[in-house]
Design a protein around this ligand. Structure first.
Ligand code: ZN
Ligand code: ZN
Length: 258
């Protein structure tokens, strides 16, 4: 089975000590593609350096809504420079997070819109993060349309209506290990069969959101565990894991132009 972890944070210091082991476990699990997602200047730069160090690793650059208060024109120019690397395949993660409110709403919205414009100019697909924006996230995307724009809403959460609006915006839907968590994943398990097969991505969002099967053994998530997401997804959709894995892998390559 060939798998792609479409979203993780391998730049996190938590992997500094055993980065090689993490990659070899991913390899053994069949994970041959890994997207390392930037959230600010420092993490984006490290993501690019790591991606350049090995085949199969890719990077995105961007400013997370949590960090929007530290964003600036100069910071974005720095990211544009980083995006010149052939290993940079996406812009993100960007979006809105009104749950934690680490950055004021005005900063989040301003830098979200600015980064959409930059990614559009560079023709890079977008990685979106959305939490509790009460429709504002979708509103902004609908107000700033562009033909041919590609993107994924990572760690999808929400109801059927939100899912439909995301699909109408041509977004891919990123499914994390939340799918495997008993009560927290119940809603997502009901929605997962409604996603068209050609729009599904799987991700770990490592080091966060460790899937249930691995959770008892280790707190830290890692790309190898994306296999648990795929297996649960196949189970709730009533599909053959190998078939689903093939389509999801192709979806990821199509989105990221790999
Ligand atoms: Zn996120
Ligand atoms: Zn993330």
């Amino acid at each position: 089975m060939k798998l792609f972890d479409s979203h993780c944070h391998l730049d996190d210091r938590i992997y500094d000590k055993d980065f090689k082991d993490v990659l070899s476990r991913a390899d053994n699990a069949g994970v041959s593609g890994i997207m390392i997602v930037g959230v600010d200047k420092k993490s984006s730069a490290k993501a690019v350096t790591l991606a350049e160090s090995k085949p199969g690793l890719y990077a995105s650059v961007g400013f997370h809504p949590h960090d929007a208060k530290e964003c600036s024109k100069e910071a974005l120019e720095f990211l544009v420079k980083l995006a010149e690397s052939p290993k940079v395949k996406a812009w993100g993660e960007i979006g809105l997070d009104f749950n934690r409110m680490y950055s004021p709403r005005e900063d989040q919205e301003r830098w979200f819109i600015k980064q959409i414009e930059i990614a559009d100019e560079l023709n890079l697909p977008l990685i979106f993060h959305e939490r509790d924006s009460n429709g504002r996230f979708l509103e902004i995307l609908e107000e700033h349309p562009k033909t041919g724009r590609k993107g994924v809403i990572h760690c999808f959460s929400g109801d059927e209506e939100k899912l439909e609006r995301c699909l109408e915006l041509n977004l891919y839907i990123g499914i994390t290990g939340i799918l495997t968590i008993k009560s927290r994943g119940a809603k997502l398990r009901n929605l997962a069969p409604l996603i068209p097969t050609d729009r599904i991505l799987i991700e770990t969002d490592a080091p966060y959101l460790t899937p249930a099967p691995e959770k008892n053994k280790t707190r830290r998530n890692e790309p190898a565990f994306v296999k648990s997401v795929l297996l649960k997804l196949a189970e709730v959709r009533g599909e053959e894991p190998g078939d689903l894995a093939r389509v999801v892998y192709e979806n990821t390559c199509r989105l990221y132009n790999i």
